[in-house]
Every structure is written in C-alpha cells, then in structure tokens.
Ligand binder design. Structure first.
Ligand code: UDP
Ligand code: MG
Length: 316
C-alpha cells in the first residue's frame, strides 16, 4: 500500500496541537478510503520552548513521529529535517498552525493521484489583495529581481504548502545548501509542477512567528542565493558614475585651459565624495551578503541537529 507522509514543522504551537491531531486523523481516514493511502505524520519541533511536544504526544494517534531539533533552525531547515525522516511515496508539507485548509490538502492529494505524470502540486496564496499596496509592490520587485535569471522561474506566492512524489523529495534532499531559500530550490529542482490557488485560513491559535525583519532577511536570502542581478546593476552604476566623473573632469580642464575660469572646488568635491562614498558603502554591504552566503557554505556544518525522536513505539 502506498504511503503519504504529512510533514509539519512547528515552533511553540501548543494551542493548536489538539486541532492538528484531529486534522491528521481525519485526513488519514479520508485518504485511505479515497486513494487507499496509508498516512505517516512527521512533526518537526523547531526548538519550541513550550510544552508543544507533550501536547502532541497526548493527542496524536496512528503512525506519527516528532523530530525534536536541538534548537531553532528556522522553518526552511525544519522542513528539510522532516523530509529526510519521511518514508512516504508522497510528501505533503503543511503548517502546524492549520492555516492550510483541509479541503485544499485534499485537492492537492487528489490532483497528484489523478495524474501519474505530475510530480509536484503546489499551492499559490491568493490573499495578496488585502495586504497593503506597499507590501505587494515590494513583493513584486523581489520576484522581479530573483527571476531576472531566466532559467528557473520562481512562481509568485507559491510557498512550502505542496505535495510531491518521492523522487522530488529525494532530489531536494540532495541539495545541501546551508542558507536555504525553499521557493528557489523547488523551482530549481524542476520536475512537472502544477499550481492550485487557495486562501489561507486564520491561525487556530498563537501568533505568527515571522517578524517583518525576518521577512526582509528571507528576501535577502533569496536574492543572494538566486540572483546576481544586484551585483551587475551596481557594477553598471559604478561604471556610469566613473564615466560621468571623467567627463566632468574633462569639462573643468577645458574651461580652465581655454577660458581661464576658476574651478569651484568645494561643492563639486563634496558631491563626488558623497555620491561615490555612498555607492561604495552600499556595494560593500551587498558584497558582504554574498560573501556571508559563501562562508556559510564553506564551513560545511550539518544543516540541523536532532535532539531526540519521539514516537508511539518509543518510550522517550
Ligand atoms: N515555524 C517553524 N520555525 C520557525 C518559524 C515558524 O517551524 O522558526 C513554523 C510555525 O510553527 C508554523 C509554520 O512554521 O507551523 C508557519 O509559521 P507562521 O504561522 O508563524 O508563519 P505565517 O503563517 O505567518 O507565514
Ligand atoms: Mg501561519
């Protein structure tokens, strides 16, 4: 019998544990009757400081495991740990806060079961409309930058909520990037993918674990690991400024030699210093980002560390 693994990372989600367990057992029954699939649930504890694990242990039933990481490694790495532990022929990734609707989970499963040629069915968030315009524009700009390298196109608003075949899961596991930008990796891996639109539910309990700053950091991750465009643009700007400076210098030289005009020193000097100094600093910072990514890869530390694995058949 084919196996479906549900992978869900969590960070301090004690209050939705009961609901999640109910969600999982309902899903287990439904995929068995619809598609004859067995269900395996893999939760990844991404360094929770509350008693989430105890709550899950209390409510979960059937075939489940909790992979307890030694600290918070971030959702992207937690998902990787979950996939690595999974044994399913299909892997469905959902959030533990139940924002991914049950009906859409079924839709993803139905779709991939119906078409043997399909390797991945991903979901596309359809709620950007009611976010502020500024955020929408920032999002647009971000995707424009990372998609500037035409070969892999990262679909906008397609997240981790997706189902994939074992072959795709194994392919993703071969990618050992330390700084993981999942959306980019999914696109990079290729395969036959299809998207489904959905509107996320409200959180059942607790609060979002992403601050605005964390979102900015994730965007930088995406840009530095999937795009060289910023570097090229800045090099281009540097060349243009340099050329403009040379032209300006020639103009002054011409005026002094042929018209005897005095060089107005201070203002032009200040402009040159500020413009060049500013661009230099910005470029250095960006270079630093890329170097930081390279350093993380070179250090070659393991992606995550497991503290313990919990399961119904394990006493600990
Ligand atoms: N999460 C995690 N590690 C983190 C941050 C979040 O495992 O460092 C989990 C979180 O518990 C939830 C999922 O990732 O199950 C999505 O996070 P959240 O709901 O905070 O994000 P949002 O839905 O607001 O994008
Ligand atoms: Mg959420």
């Amino acid at each position: 019998m084919a196996l479906l693994t549900v992978v869900a990372p969590f960070l301090n989600e004690r209050d939705s544990a009961a609901d999640f367990a109910a969600f999982a057992s309902k899903l287990g029954e439904e995929v068995k009757t619809r598609h004859g699939l067995d269900l395996e649930v893999i939760l990844v504890d991404d360094g929770s400081s509350d008693d989430s694990i105890a709550r899950y242990r209390e409510y979960l039933s059937g075939n489940w495991r909790i992979v307890e990481l030694s600290r918070n490694f971030g959702k992207e790495v937690a998902l990787f740990a979950g996939i690595e532990q999974s044994r399913g022929d299909f892997v469905l990734m959902v959030d533990a806060d139940l924002q991914h609707p049950y009906s859409v989970c079924l839709e993803l499963i139905d779709k991939i079961m119906a078409d043997p040629e399909l390797d991945v069915v991903y979901s596309i968030r359809d709620d950007r409309m009611d976010e502020s315009l500024k955020k929408a524009i920032a999002g647009r700009f971000f995707y424009w930058i990372i998609n500037s390298r035409q070969r892999v196109n990262i679909p906008e608003n397609a997240g981790d909520f997706r189902i994939m075949r074992r072959s795709v899961a194994d392919a993703l596991l071969t990618v050992r990037d330390k700084r993981r930008f999942n959306k980019g990796l999914y696109a990079w891996a290729g395969f036959r993918q299809e998207g489904v639109y959905y509107t996320p539910d409200a959180r059942h309990a607790g609060t979002s674990k992403w601050s605005r700053l964390a979102l900015v950091a994730l965007s930088l991750e995406g840009i530095t690991s999937f795009s060289v465009l910023p570097l090229r643009v800045l090099s281009g700007v540097g060349v243009l400024i340099g050329l403009a400076g040379m032209l300006y210098g020639l103009k002054i030289l011409f005026e002094v030699m042929f018209h005897g005009i005095d060089v107005p020193g201070y203002p032009s000097l200040m402009v040159a210093v500020l413009v060049l100094g500013g661009f230099n600093l910005a470029l250095l910072g960006l270079l630093g980002e890329y170097i930081w990514v390279a350093v993380s890869e070179v250090k070659d530390r393991p992606l995550y560390i497991v503290r313990r694995i919990h399961g119904p058949d394990r006493s600990s």
